[in-house]
Each structure stands twice: as structure tokens, then as C-alpha cells.
Design a protein around this ligand. Structure first.
Ligand code: PMP
Length: 383
């Protein structure tokens, strides 16, 4: 090693290093994991200092944007879905098999990347109103991207229906190589199981079981239900709180047992599009992944777009944390939950993805940090 590297490690050329016998043994059995999949999971949990100081609670964030494949909790889900399908013999690497998925982006990015690592092709259907960072990235990964107009779930061109039918067409066409596999993140229970097996136990260990509430938004519902199913039997006092953006029906489902109240019903037709700038969470139907843990959810908090925008700026300004819209929603709900459970308690939430995925939409609306005079936390959460 050069003198510079040695000095960087606090060593000098004439330092003599003797390995103890047990260290030699450890070295010989240490196995370097194979493949990029090893960078999925084991994300840090850290305290958000500003929010903790302001509320008198410990507000802890699980940094899921640090998953090393696609930069979101969906890395866990993509791996879990593909592993299960391989175990069931539904997918075979390097055989021309193509994974089809309907996604607003994060799951597509994780799937497209794990597909590359495992020898599959990815075909991603996503609504055309989602941030272009995500579709551009998917193209760079070599996925086929079909952007479909935003449509209600009853429409065959809804991104989920479109992916499902393309997968079936592929499988039915004997002239095409391999099979079409529909990943089906909304209904596939390998989704919540990824969080039951990974995110949940990691949180439990990282805070030594000392927590009083868990707060998360729901897109498919996999994160909140998987973590809730792990935590509730071990820590029954922990409050599971849904963070729901404006326009989503899940808040009413939890609070009142119905998807829509009369004000939110437009005529007699259910509104299927969630009217919010927030991406990745909020939905107007109950999916299998949400249903898997719905009864474990104790409370729901509605978050307005303006609150999320202000929280995103706050997190950069006070803590140097640059996140996307769903993380900002989670943090608003975490602060409100902290006020409910009271000082001295611990609230855990999720930072889902980085703000870099949201420059063209959410962060354009949020503006540059420092350009605006921002309000006090009190005003942000009560606005
Ligand atoms: N945040 C982002 C950015 C997402 O893409 C998603 C998933 N759509 C979520 C949060 C919500 O996770 P889940 O699907 O597990 O409810």
C-alpha cells in the first residue's frame, strides 16, 4: 500500500501488524456475497434531530432510500416476488422470460434492475402523469416502458390491467421466447412478506424493541401491513398509523370503515385517480396487500400537499435530508403522531426515496430551499 493509503488508515510504513489466530480464521470463513442483491435491506435507522427536538419524542427514520439496487423499499419487494416465482417454477433465468408490472415507478425501477441481475426482461406500464425521472431511468436500465394515460381501475388500459393482459398475451404466444410473468405488486403477498421478513425485524432490532408508534403511507400497502404484522405480536402497544395523502380513500377506510364519504363521491361514480402531487402512496381501492394487515392499523392521518411540500423543505433546511414526496407525507404524520403519543415516546417512520427522483415535479413545486421564508413546524403541521 502507498504511504498515502496507510496514513489514511492511521498506519505508518514501519507499523507491524500481527493477526491474532482467531482473526486469521475469521478471514478464511468470511464469504463475500454474490451479486448486487446483497445491497438490498439492512438500511440504517436514524433519529431525525430537528423533528425530535421540536416534539420531545424520538422520531426515527428507516432510510429505505439507501437500498442499493433501485433506491427504495421496492428493492425488497422485487427480490421477494422474483425469488418466490423462481421457487414456484414460474420464472427461469436467461430463458427469455419477461416480467410485466404496473407501477408508478419505484417498483418498476427495482424490478428492472433485479431483472438484469437475474437474466430477465422487464416490461413496465406506468401512468403518464408520473415524474419523468422514473421513466427515463427505466429506459436506461433497458426496460420496455409503456406510459398509459391515467385511468380508473375498471379501464383495461389502467396501468395494472395493461401489464396483466400483456403478460398473458406473451405466455399465450408460442412464437415468443420464454413466458410472461405478471409481478402483481398490489395483490402478490410476496410484497408484504418482504417487509415482514426484512423491514419489520430490522426496525425491531435497531431500536431494541423500544418504540411506541410506526407511521407509513400505503400504495400497495405492503410496507405498513408487513411491518405491522411483525411488530404487533411482539409489541402490542405499538400504534400503527397510516399516513394518507389528500385525495386517497384509505383514510376513510381506516377511520370510518368506508372508502369514500359523501363529499368525496363525485356523483355516484367512485373517483379512481388520487388527486395529489405526492407519488407512490394514496389509493382508492383496497388491495390484498393492504387487507393483509388492515385490522392492525390503529389510526390514520390525512396530509395535504402543501404540508408535504413544506416538510420536504424543512427536512433539507434543518437536517440535510433530501427526500421525495411520500417520505415528506410520512414525516408530517410522524410529527402529528408524536403529539398524540406525547413527549418521551418513540415514533418510527420510513424515508422511501430520494428527492432526486422528484426534481421535475414535486421539488419544482417545492422550490429551492432558502428561497422561501418557511414557517415554524407548528404551522406546517397544523396548516
Ligand atoms: N413511497 C414510494 C415512493 C413508493 O413508490 C411506494 C410504493 N408505491 C410507497 C412509498 C408505498 O409503499 P407500499 O407499496 O409498500 O405501500
Amino acid at each position: 500500500a502507498s504511504n498515502r493509503t496507510l496514513a489514511g488508515a492511521g498506519l505508518h510504513n514501519d507499523d507491524h501488524i500481527d493477526l491474532e489466530d482467531h482473526e486469521k480464521d475469521d478471514r478464511s470463513v468470511m464469504k463475500v456475497p454474490e451479486g448486487i442483491e446483497a445491497s438490498i435491506g439492512n438500511t440504517p435507522l436514524f433519529k431525525i434531530k430537528s423533528l425530535s427536538e421540536e416534539t420531545g419524542c424520538n422520531i426515527l427514520a428507516k432510510a429505505e432510500f439507501l437500498n442499493g439496487v433501485g433506491g427504495s423499499p421496492k428493492d425488497r419487494v422485487a427480490l421477494s416476488i422474483i425469488n418466490l416465482a423462481e421457487e414456484q417454477g414460474l420464472l427461469k433465468p436467461h430463458s427469455g422470460d419477461t416480467i410485466y408490472e404496473g407501477t408508478v415507478g419505484s417498483t418498476g425501477i427495482s424490478l428492472a434492475t433485479v431483472c438484469r441481475a437475474r437474466g430477465y426482461l422487464a416490461y413496465i406500464c406506468m401512468p403518464s402523469d408520473q415524474a419523468t425521472e422514473k421513466s427515463d431511468l427505466l429506459l436506461k436500465l433497458g426496460a420496455v416502458v409503456e406510459r398509459v394515460p391515467p385511468a380508473p381501475i375498471i379501464d383495461p388500459m389502467h396501468f395494472v390491467n395493461r401489464a396483466r393482459s400483456l403478460a398473458a398475451e406473451h405466455t399465450a404466444d408460442s412464437k415468443r421466447p420464454g413466458r410472461g410473468y405478471f409481478a402483481d405488486q398490489f395483490e402478490n403477498e410476496a410484497n408484504w412478506q418482504a417487509h415482514y421478513n426484512g423491514t419489520g425485524p430490522e426496525i425491531y432490532q435497531q431500536c431494541s424493541g423500544k418504540m411506541d408508534a410506526f407511521v407509513a403511507g400505503a400504495g400497495t400497502g405492503g410496507t405498513i401491513t408487513g411491518v405491522a404484522r411483525y411488530l404487533k405480536p411482539r409489541l402490542p402497544h405499538v400504534k400503527i398509523v397510516l399516513a394518507d395523502p389528500q385525495g386517497s380513500g384509505l383514510y376513510n377506510r381506516i377511520k370510518y370503515g368506508v372508502m369514500f364519504d359523501t363529499k368525496e363521491r363525485e356523483g355516484t361514480r367512485r373517483r379512481s385517480q388520487v388527486d395529489t402531487i405526492v407519488e407512490g402512496i394514496g389509493i382508492n381501492r383496497v388491495t390484498a396487500n393492504f387487507e393483509a394487515g388492515r385490522e392492525l392499523i390503529d389510526d390514520a392521518i390525512k396530509v395535504e400537499d402543501e404540508q408535504a411540500l413544506a416538510m420536504a423543505r424543512w427536512l433539507v433546511e434543518k437536517d440535510g435530508i433530501f427526500v421525495g414526496s411520500s417520505s415528506a407525507v410520512n414525516c408530517i404524520a410522524a410529527v402529528k403522531t408524536a403529539k398524540k403519543v406525547g413527549p418521551g415516546n418513540t415514533v418510527v417512520t420510513i424515508l422511501c426515496d430520494s428527492g432526486t427522483r422528484h426534481i421535475s415535479k414535486f421539488w419544482t413545486k417545492a422550490g429551492n430551499v432558502g428561497d422561501k421564508k418557511d414557517s415554524r413546524l407548528e404551522d406546517i403541521v397544523s396548516s
